[in-house]
Design a protein around this ligand. Structure first.
Ligand code: GAP
Length: 531
């Protein structure tokens, strides 16, 4: 079925998924709150991502860093100098636009003229049609604040625009305490803030949002070559579904993480045909990046980014090394031992090759030599692959994907429409609803309460005893509850002793109902959880 953002946002408001922030005061553009159902959904996404990325792996650890950090981090990362979007104002209607988006909407391309941006011929305000626009000017997206009682330049700090930088800034604490050796990763999820010029498409581009980011540190290809004698590339057709291998170069690691992340989105319930990969072109890549892939989803408003997966070389750690004056090198015992076994001639030959390679890429020969000398002692600054996802974007994608309106015809030929959210059970806000068939029979109600109390220790459950059972099922369908359990007279076994301690289990998607012993219920529900 065709779905619109209006249908989805209306259900989200009605059933407590998403509300405009501070609504009683007219809201605040670009800020959204998650209601009782939305809070559960987002928490499930975060927790499932953590299980998939950290808990189920041996080579990733976690971090939970502060939102406000020393502002020198953002100087080192390049955010103070360069985290800006070009902005234009319409001089007639006063509407403010992000210049690149304004051009894109009209099939035009914003032009870089030296350091400045220029609007192409024909670009107009999309709100009023006027061509009377200001020149584009850069607008830094970081929210500024002050730390302490004095508001001056020395107390300026920023709300983090990404969670990633804290991982680099804490690298030297994490390495010894985690007892992990490269290749290994550090994951963090949490709030990020960007003063977006033009928040839009519901929660898709917000000013306060959550990210789930992984920095996966790998050996530079030169270190892999010294250890393994060669560097595996994609041309070697490596098995990306198995365990990572020691001879993988950055290109294979990058592709491995693209596959891992696609697997995550499939497990989260997004269908293959709605997931797209966009490989950034050479001229779109940041100067330090070797490759970047966006995983995109077909939202009702177009195919848009869910996550970026970038191969960022050693740029970030090197920047923090320069700005903090602290060495970000690791000691790699495998490398040190491999180099100790090499002759001086072998090392000289290797060094000559690296110098030739680096200088061909416009890099400094002395830096290449120093890099090789470090490698021969087992030292280097790790490179990094960064899969960076948006929690709110995934929540929105899951809502869009789950939303369905199903036409039903009852036995008397009467037509009806059932609104249902078809979430994967692992991410559904409520897993099980326990419904006593009637509320005025104390033994039956107590039996249902007992079951509810036991199930809710493991899963978020709902208790609903009001209204006809059919209406109660529909209420659960609308919030995407995969299982409803009805406790009825047979559960008590008064008339049919053989049915004692059995319940009706009703499946959300098929609406099929089966009779199940209470003792088998938890295992049945558990078996449906993929994440
Ligand atoms: N550390 C890299 C980084 O932050 P990004 O592409 O700017 O990269 C990563 O952001 C992800 O964060 C995006 O793919 C998106 O899912 C989410 N994201 C970024 N800006 C957002 C915004 N304004 N609102 C909601 N999500 C956003």
């Amino acid at each position: 079925m065709e779905k619109t953002l209006e249908q989805i946002s209306s259900l989200c408001k009605r059933r407590g998924f998403i509300f405009p922030s501070s609504e009683i005061y007219g809201g605040l553009n670009g800020f959204w709150d998650y209601g009782p159902m939305g809070a559960e959904l987002k928490r499930n996404i975060r927790d499932a991502w953590w299980r998939f990325t950290v808990q189920w792996r041996d080579d990733v650890v976690g971090l939970d860093a502060t939102i406000i950090m020393n502002p020198r981090i953002w100087e080192a990362s390049g955010h103070v100098g360069g985290f800006a979007d070009p902005m234009v104002d319409c001089k007639d209607c006063k509407k403010r636009h992000r210049a690149d988006q304004l051009c894109e909407e009209q099939g035009l391309k914003l032009v870089r003229d030296g350091k400045a941006w220029k609007l192409p011929e024909g670009c107009k305000c999309t709100a009023c049609g006027s061509a009377n626009l200001t020149e584009p000017r850069e607008f830094n997206l970081m929210f500024k604040t002050y730390v302490g009682p004095v508001e001056d330049d020395s107390s300026v700090a920023y709300l983090r625009p990404e969670t990633a930088q804290a991982i680099f800034a804490q690298f030297l604490n994490i390495v010894p305490t985690s007892r992990k050796a490269v290749p290994f990763g550090v994951a963090q999820s949490g709030k990020s803030f960007r003063n977006e010029i033009n928040p839009r498409n519901y929660t898709f581009r917000s000013r306060e949002f959550e990210q789930m980011e992984l920095e996966f540190f790998i050996r530079p290809d030169e270190a892999v070559e010294l250890i393994c004698g060669h560097v595996a590339t994609l041309a070697d057709n490596p098995d990306l579904s198995g365990d990572p291998q020691e001879d993988w170069g950055w290109e294979v690691w990058h592709r491995y993480w693209v596959e891992q992340r696609l697997k995550w989105y499939r497990l989260a319930g997004l269908p293959e045909q709605d997931l797209h990969l966009y490989w950034q072109k050479k001229d779109e890549l940041a100067h330090y990046a070797r490759a970047c892939v966006d995983i995109e989803y077909a939202f009702p408003f177009g195919v848009q980014e869910l996550e970026g997966i970038a191969a960022r070389s050693d740029f970030d750690l090197t920047q923090h090394q320069k700005h903090s004056g602290k060495s970000m090198e690791v000691m790699d015992d495998r490398l040190r031992l491999a180099c100790a076994a090499k002759s001086d001639e072998e090392k000289a030959e290797f060094k000559a090759k690296v110098v030739a390679d680096w200088t061909a890429r416009g890099k400094d020969a002395a830096a290449a030599e120093a890099f090789c000398d470090g490698l021969f002692q087992g030292r280097y600054v790790p490179h990094v692959i960064e899969p960076s996802a948006g929690t709110d974007r995934l929540a929105l994608a899951l809502l869009c994907n789950a939303y369905d309106e199903e036409k039903l015809v009852d036995s008397k030929g009467k037509e009806d429409v059932r609104t249902v959210l078809r979430f994967s059970p692992s991410l559904a806000p409520v897993k099980v609803a326990v419904l006593p068939l009637v509320k005025n029979k104390p033994e039956l109600r107590e039996k249902a309460r007992e079951l509810y109390r036991s199930l809710r220790r493991r899963w978020k459950c709902a208790w609903d005893e009001t209204g006809a059972i059919g209406r109660r099922y529909r209420r659960q369908d609308e919030i995407g509850t995969p299982f409803c359990v009805t406790v009825d007279f047979d559960t008590l076994g008064e008339e049919h002793p053989e049915l004692k301690d059995t319940v009706t289990l009703r499946f959300r998607d098929s609406m099929e109902q089966v009779r199940v012993p209470i003792s088998e219920l938890a295992a049945k529900i558990d078996a449906s959880m993929e994440l």
